[in-house]
Design a protein around this ligand. Structure first.
Ligand SMILES: *Cc1c(COP(=O)(O)O)cnc(C)c1O
Length: 381
């Protein structure tokens, strides 16, 4: 991570990737500009700003190496990354399978645009495993996975689902935002395409938004073309922040993992907490999959409070001082958010009593975070 995408020898020794703020690329001759036009979707080819600049290409190459893929397409947000493979590969009449625990804005985007363009969409139980075979139709072209789901944390049997999809000639796309390639490598486990919100752990400081789509060689050109014809272009400044975040990703994630697990383990012992949902805890229903497919956990997990009173849950959330109430996660700071899984799914039912509160363990002192939670949770009971 510390060296990926860098080549100081080409930049007079500068250790970081130099920025190229440019729309226009100047060519020496008509034959050169014509050759560039022909190759404009090739990896690393400069042509016109929207098609990518050397800084963006260097960062994309770093991510490809980290994920173990051929190429990466950077797009303006994580949500844009989720949807890009659908736009690139699906046409009216095709069938798309989507995990019921999918990131909620991606669900909305699929329902609002992908389904409206004539793609049949079926949501499936994230714990379906190879039972997904029963949902396949002759026109099933893609399976969209997210493991774990970023609100309810079900883990998917990714190798089993990908094997079924492959046998049926369908592409698999996996949202890997929660674990990042540091702890989970979907391409090595059988997925065709990995998408992620670099906004979260890669940027890591809550100061830029960026999405990434990484794939094998066979799918690269179609994704690159789709991103361009949709008009996507990423800012060199955002790529700079993401590349800077990448240099410390592994050490930050180790700390998020450690702090999150300390808090989760302790929260499990509290009378105000009905259940802690953290894949690295033995109590998690999919813990065996986590042990098999993941090498670590990030700092994002959930607790089910032992109360049905939104008033008490609100008092707990608002009493926290170090956990900010807001969307997103993956930055240096701790966050809290109340969730409502029952209204965010259609293939499965969420019947669990108690109020779900999602926590992001940031990089603050773990003792300070525990003290903050210990004080605020007294508002629950
Ligand atoms: C945040 C998030 C996204 C979307 O990323 P943005 O950069 O906010 O658009 C996609 N998937 C998951 C799992 C996320 O948590």
């Amino acid at each position: 991570m510390s060296h990926l995408g860098r080549d100081p020898a080409r930049h007079q020794g500068a250790v970081n990737i130099p920025l190229h703020r440019t729309s226009t690329i100047i060519f020496d001759s008509v034959s050169e500009i014509d050759a560039a036009k022909k190759a404009r979707f090739d990896k690393g080819q400069v042509f016109y700003g929207r098609f990518g600049t050397p800084d963006v290409f260097a960062f994309e190459a770093a991510i490809s190496e980290l994920e173990g893929g051929y190429g990466t397409v950077a797009v303006p947000s994580g949500l844009a990354a989720c949807v890009l493979p659908m736009v690139a590969f699906l046409k009216p009449g095709d069938h798309l399978l989507v995990t019921d625990a999918v990131y909620e804005p991606a669900r909305t985007s699929i329902s609002a645009f992908i389904a409206r363009s004539g793609v049949e969409v079926t949501f499936y139980d994230p714990r379906i495993g190879d039972g997904i075979e029963a949902l396949f139709r002759p026109n099933t072209k893609m399976v969209y996975l997210e493991t774990p789901g970023s609100l309810t944390f079900e883990l998917q049997d990714l190798p089993a689902i990908c094997a079924v999809a492959r046998a049926h000639g369908a592409l698999t796309v996996c949202d890997n935002t929660w674990a990042t390639a540091i702890f989970h490598r979907p391409l090595a486990l059988g997925a065709d395409i990995v998408v992620q919100a670099a906004t979260k752990y890669i940027v890591g400081h809550s100061d830029a938004m960026l999405g990434l789509v990484t794939c094998e060689e066979a799918h690269y050109r179609a994704l690159r073309e789709a991103a361009n014809w949709l008009g996507y272009r990423v800012s060199p400044d955002d790529v700079f922040l993401a590349a800077r975040g990448l240099r410390t990703l592994a050490v930050r994630l180790r700390q998020h993992f450690e702090t999150g697990l300390v808090l989760a383990t302790w929260l499990e012992t509290l009378p105000q907490v009905r259940r802690v949902i953290h894949p690295a805890l033995p109590s998690h229903p999919d813990h065996a999959i986590w042990k098999r497919d993941f090498t670590g956990a990030s700092g994002l997990f959930a607790v089910i409070l032992d109360t049905d009173s939104m008033e008490k849950a609100t008092a707990f959330i608002e009493d926290l001082e170090l956990f900010g109430l807001g969307f997103s996660w993956g930055g240096f700071e701790s966050l809290v958010l109340h969730g409502d899984p029952a209204h965010a799914r259609t293939a499965t039912e969420w019947t669990e009593e108690g109020i779900l509160v999602r926590l992001h363990a940031g990089l603050e002192n773990v003792g300070d975070l525990r003290a903050d939670l210990a004080r605020a949770i007294l508002r629950v009971a």
